[in-house]
Design a protein around this ligand. Structure first.
Ligand code: SF4
Length: 334
């Protein structure tokens, strides 16, 4: 089947303002290469996780998919339609209806002076859904029931601050779903919640995927929730996908040194992966995306670094095993 979302060689470079001195010296313009040639496909009713540390480009990729940013290069297709070609206000509005976002902090994405009813009515009004107030009310009640904010009549008149963090995130999910979207970008939707309610929210999102046929791009720094929630995992490092495959395969058989290091750093170790936990975690910090190391961009932190190869040649993302892609010169040998 055709993918719902197809991303091809996506790049986003942010120019850095040069100082006067640098301009006078004629130094070349510098860029933050936030996303640097990323390709992947997401199929209907699947969860595709982009995993990595902050600064790896996962959130920028999400914003590009949401069309909140325009790419420097590359293409994004939603249901075969070239998203980068959508230009008019109407086209972009129609796209915004199809692609919804769930944020890390539901509180900051809601108007604090809006009651829950208004929070959910707003997207309906913007997109002209539900002609009468009664019709809209029915949609709002249905959406709240779907996310188990029940009975809805007990909640519609409350303000966001009167709800718990978990309840607020449920309302945010209801607001995304009320437009019956094709695709949802969920950027760290549970990382600000108590550990005890994270699983509950992910379980709900999973359930809605089955019931409503939604497809998710799940952006997270946390491999353990990705393993639980996602069908596919792509691990990003400094703007590139370094490993990609079915979630179970990537977790059970990680082939890239960076994925192994990330797994070693998971706070609640994944029980069946004790062997990996024993590996020495990565050294140092993520380098800046302005001065990306030559060759393999992970080489300054890699335990397996091979001089003359890793610091010189840029490895390619290759399908090492069926559906399992890795960007490392030594894949299969380490
Ligand atoms: Fe490490 Fe070399 Fe592989 Fe990069 S290419 S991850 S430096 S072994």
């Amino acid at each position: 089947a055709e993918p719902i979302l197809k991303v091809v060689n996506l790049k986003k470079y942010f120019p850095i303002r040069r100082g006067l001195l640098a301009s006078l010296r004629g130094e070349s313009e510098k860029y933050v290469r936030a996303v640097d040639g990323v390709s992947f496909e997401v199929h209907k009713q699947e969860v595709f996780a982009l995993v990595g540390e902050s600064g790896c480009g996962k959130t920028t990729t999400g914003k590009l998919v949401m069309k909140l940013l325009e790419p420097t290069e590359g293409k994004i297709y939603l249901e075969g339609q070239d998203v980068t070609e959508l230009k008019t206000k109407e086209e972009i509005k129609a796209y915004r209806r199809k692609v919804q976002m769930i944020f890390q902090d539901p509180f900051s994405s809601m108007n604090p002076r809006f009651r829950i009813y208004d929070v959910l009515e707003e997207p309906l009004l913007i997109h002209g859904i539900g002609e009468t107030r009664a019709e809209r009310e029915e949609l709002i009640y249905k959406a709240l029931e779907m996310v188990k904010i029940v009975p809805p009549e007990d909640y519609v008149h409350r303000f966001p601050h009167m709800l718990s963090g978990g309840q607020r995130q449920r309302v945010a999910i209801a607001r995304a779903l009320i437009l019956n979207p094709t695709f949802i970008v969920a950027d760290e939707p549970v990382s600000m919640l108590d550990v005890s309610i994270r699983a509950e929210i992910l379980e709900l999102m999973k359930e809605l995927k089955e019931k409503m046929g939604v497809t998710y791009l799940y952006i997270t720094h946390d491999l353990s929730t990705a393993r639980y929630f996602a069908d596919w995992i792509a691990v990003m490092y400094l703007g590139r996908i370094v490993e990609m495959g079915p979630a179970k395969e990537v977790i059970d058989n990680p082939l890239h040194p960076y994925t192994r290091a990330l797994l070693a750093a998971v706070p609640e170790p994944i029980p069946e992966r004790k062997d990996i936990i024993k590996e020495v975690p990565i050294k140092g910090e993520v380098p800046s995306a302005v001065n990306i190391p030559p060759g393999c961009r992970f080489h300054p932190r890699c335990l397996y670094f091979k001089k003359g190869l890793c610091d010189v040649e840029h490895p390619k993302l290759v399908e090492h095993e069926h559906n399992h892609w890795v960007e490392c010169h030594l894949v299969g040998k380490i």
